[in-house]
Ligand binder design. Sequence first.
Ligand code: TYM
Length: 363
Amino acid sequence: MAPVMSVTTSSDPVTPESTATAGSASANGAVTARPGREVVFSGMQPSGGFHIGNYLGAVRDWVTLQDQHRCFYCVVDLHALTQSYDAAEMKGRVLDMAVELLACGIDPERATLFVQSEVAEHSELAWILSCVAPYGELSRMTQFKEKGERAEYVNTGLFTYPVLMAADILLYRATRVPVGEDQIQHLELTREIVRRFNNRWGELFKEPLPLHREPLRILGLDGKQKMSKSLNNYVGVGDAPEVIRKKISNAFTDETRLRKKDPGHPESCYVCGLQRFFSPEAKVAELHEGCRTARIGCVDSKRALAEAMVETLAPIGERKRQLLSQPGRVEEILHAGAEQARRVARETLAEVRERLGLLPRRP
Ligand code: TYM
């Protein structure tokens, strides 16, 4: 049985604690660089199924980081165009994703939250970067190969998807990118693109790094594949308590534990692994010991996990309800965020155009 997550290693980690030198952004969110402060960028597709893999792998770090760094968080609707979707649903999905992020604790006073397609510079820089992005490496991207296999036909956007990601990051000169394990390869490609850009047009960008030594890969309820909306193996952050209980009751546990009196192996059990993210350490130790000594069974273990999840996610649901009761508020936040983002993006692009020998754009 696979454990709840797998782990990869990256160098030079910055933990949220290690660079706590900066305060908050000004009330209007104006960009203020402070010594020791990093620029953080990350993105989330409006996939219509915000799940605990997204939350644990990325968004809970986004929340912590906004107190210490200059953070840009983006709903990446242009990336979502690479998959088939219903255009009538897209606007709703984008707004839903923004609501989810705000409900998780993204604070527009401390971070810039915006929608990718509202800042046209993302597409423009992506084209420029595609002129240095190595074709061979793009064709080796695991996600491209996996998505390509599942797609009816393979569109070019799916292929150049990581180049748009590189543009997202570099427009803001971001140096730290909090993502789950599945995006680490794309981030490495961004670093390669930076090297090639700097080599061809002169040192301009820094190579961005992931945040953690150990990026997370949360497995889905099947206990085998990555948790994802498209595989329908997920627990949604917005799922109702009864839905969470039902999903967890069907989750895989320890395959080698056939009867309740058999001793369990919490270290390789999916349900026991997830408990670590939702219960205090002492409670987890108690549950794992109970499992190991067969004092508690897998059903008890699942119940404990489901209740801890329901309790952890309840405040997010409450904040979501509050936001939804203020019509127009989320759009306002996103438009203000796009204004802030655009100011930075334009400056970067002006510098890039100059390096490339393109005519300066008139304001
Ligand atoms: P997306 O929308 O697929 O996922 C958003 C974030 O959630 C993480 N994640 C997971 N982490 C752990 N376990 C899982 N099962 C799991 N599933 C998803 C992802 O790693 C990601 O951090 N291409 C990106 C979005 C993007 C982006 C960027 C990210 C666009 N531009 C620039 C960083 C920087 C994506 O599709 O993520």
